[in-house]
Structures are given as structure tokens and as C-alpha cells.
Design a binder for this molecule. Structure first.
Ligand code: ZN
Length: 174
């Protein structure tokens, strides 16, 4: 039997790229937030006045729109992507990631494990995610769908924390 997770892992190794997944439900309060008034400091250069900092992860993914000549090998085409309109963009994401609606997918350049957030960075807001299941019902990977136009946001890389093998990125988005 074909182990799809393993096959997809190999595809990511060969054709995938790294992106940051900024989880909408994982935020920490910025130190500038006033205890009494609960108000953030407008001029704060860390949270950009938003009052919180988002936690993000470095994930492997594959964007379907990257190049028309590279198509995903047949192994992952076992299911139709459904009614995907032309104004949408699809991302294939590792089964461990479990992306959710409203998470932000940040396509950026990298300096090692450090993200480079600049004018070439593209931000997509995930409109929907679909777990793609194999024959036994096991989730083999996710398809995340976003509008094809990147959204316009200001991003700031605040900090990177290493905990064993896990990297946590602190990113401010406004
Ligand atoms: Zn702040």
C-alpha cells in the first residue's frame, strides 16, 4: 500500500517551499498594553499599536500556482479539488500543520530560518481548508484555499524562539 504521507513528504522535499503560517487564534499580548485601561500604546514599534503579537510557524507547503509546467505527481491527484474558481489559489500543506480559516499564509524569502519580510512578501488569508483523506479516512494532507490576490498588511518580525526542535515566530500584522 502506498503511504501517501510519505509520498507527499517527498514531494514537499522536491517541490515545496517554506512559508510562515500565522495562526489567527494564537496571539500574545504586547508589553505595551496598559494594565488598567487595557489600551495598547499607539506608537509601539513592537506590536505596531495593535496590542498583540501573533505566533507563527514555519511550514512546508506547495503553491499550486507557482508554475504551470510543474504539476503535482499523480499520487496526490486521487481526488478532485472540487469547485475551485479561477480567482482562488490553492496551497498544499503538510498533514501535521492543520491550518484553519482566517490563518495567514506568508510567502517570504528566508535567511536560514529567519524570514525576510519585505516588499516581495505575499500574504494570503486562508478562506477555507480541506483535509484530504486517504482510503482509510486518515488525513494525508490539507488543501488551503485563498483568494488569488495577496492581502495588503504591514508585517513585522519580532522574535524567533527555539524550543527543542520547534521554532516559534513572533510576528506583528497590521
Ligand atoms: Zn505594543
Amino acid at each position: 500500500m502506498v503511504d501517501l504521507r510519505y509520498e507527499i513528504d517527498k514531494i514537499f522535499d522536491e517541490y515545496g517551499s517554506y512559508a510562515l503560517l500565522l495562526r489567527n487564534d494564537k496571539k500574545v499580548r504586547c508589553k505595551c498594553v496598559n494594565e488598567l485601561s487595557q489600551a495598547p500604546k499607539d506608537t509601539c514599534q513592537i506590536c505596531l499599536g495593535t496590542g498583540y503579537i501573533n505566533k507563527a510557524e514555519r511550514i512546508r507547503m506547495r503553491s499550486k500556482a507557482t508554475s504551470s509546467s510543474e504539476t503535482l505527481p499523480k499520487v496526490v491527484n486521487f481526488t478532485s479539488a472540487g469547485s475551485i474558481g479561477i480567482a482562488l489559489r490553492q496551497f498544499y500543506i503538510d498533514y501535521t500543520v492543520r491550518p484553519k480559516k482566517q490563518d495567514l499564509l506568508i510567502l517570504c524569502d528566508w535567511d536560514g530560518v529567519k524570514p525576510i519580510l519585505d516588499e516581495y512578501t505575499e500574504i494570503y488569508e486562508i478562506a477555507n481548508t480541506e483535509p484530504m483523506r486517504g482510503d482509510g479516512g486518515r488525513i494525508e494532507y490539507f488543501i488551503a484555499v485563498a483568494k488569488s490576490d495577496p492581502i495588503n498588511m504591514e508585517l513585522r518580525f519580532v522574535n524567533l524562539q527555539r524550543n527543542a526542535d520547534k521554532l516559534t515566530y513572533y510576528i506583528t500584522a497590521r
